[in-house]
Design a protein around this ligand. Sequence first.
Ligand SMILES: [Cu+2]
Length: 470
Amino acid sequence: MSRDTSIKIHRRGLLLGAVAALALPIPSRSEAAPRALVARRGKAQVTPEGYPETEIWGFDGQAPGPLLRARQGARLQRRLVNELPVPTSVHWHGIRIDNAMDGVTGLTQAPVAPGEIFDYAFDLPDAGTYWYHAHTNSYEQVARGLYGALIVEEADPPDIDREETLILGDWRLDRETAQIADDFGAWHDLSHAGRMGNIVTTNGKFDLKRAARRNERLRLRLINAANARILALSLVGLEGWIMALDGMPLEHPLAAQGALRLAPSQRMDLIVDVTAADGETAHLAQMNDDGKWWSQVAWDITGSASSQRRPRPMPLPPNPRQAVPGVKDARTVTLAMEGGAMGRLQAATYAGKRLAFRDLAERGQFWAFNGTVGRTDAPLAEAALGETLRIRIVNDTVFPHAMHLHGMHFRDVKDDGDSLGPLRDTLLVQQGETREIAFVADNPGGWLFHCHMLAHAASGMTTWVKVRDG
Ligand SMILES: [Cu+2]
């Protein structure tokens, strides 16, 4: 029996959990409590050495939080312990998860109050690069540092020398004190491009330095944990391939050339060879539109791993359920995005009332989906279990938006369904652009669908999709 089938059976078992619970043996007292993941205050050296430390909120007091690693098919369990002064929750971004574990307060769970706990336990059906982050007032909590990497290892991993997980964060710090600017929800951020920082870190460090050898083969797992910043990255002294996007392997890896664009919450797995010579420095760089670049991560090259480069890598092993069949005949739902500064939104419905744009603005609400601000009781769409659904996203605003679907990955639809893009969980939709996505609604429950520019999500760009249970 293939692993694919056994996972499906296990998932089915989970769905029946509510009914079957009475028949299950009561866990013995000796059963250990899950490992803790403590949301609490901490300090971090976000700025270069010599500058003051920054007070952050982080999982286990660190930003980023601990790197979580598990094998594909394993079950991950963590007890969230909330030692923050405010309620919180954890979303396991990109995991095709049991709905009750998705961490969205108000939709899949109640907020975890200060001093309280919540036990997360879920299966990991897919290998790949994922991350976890607070999903309660996330425009503030993620900006304060409540995020970390979640790596799910393939049973049959690629042949590399070593891997590095690189999680990029964007901090808005007061230039005098190096403390986080507490202007969360500032109207300019809500109504324009979101909360941009003034320092971009890798694994919490402003200038991450590493060592490598010539012709060494590295797997780089890139994660954009920024609130709103779309990263344009490039490789200097490294050459290789894009192997996976948002955790999901590409059937045909792409050459990693030019600007590697990573919208908020997106991930990219690269396999790269060090082509810089002994004594040189290789870089993961940020670049601007003019092609100018500056170092984000630097690898000092000493010695060589082999005398020549290795052959091109094989694609990563596919995850289960990567196919999206029946797209051409699938039902299509439209999501019209409007609002923001310099937009055309005249009025929209907010909390059941039709309000003019200036009245919405007074309430800090600047964006609408299909004429409605924020999540309502009724979902954007309700799908039958297993139905393939298309969503046409019309961006009638002058800003790009990174649309993230919880619980299921989608493909973007090209040529009216004749070709499909890579399987992803977050799609960057540029200003004025119309894009279409399609996914198999095979995960029952209520799933958030929102902009991952987190200030936008808090200012109207949040809706949800309901998948019926059978
Ligand atoms: Cu947005």
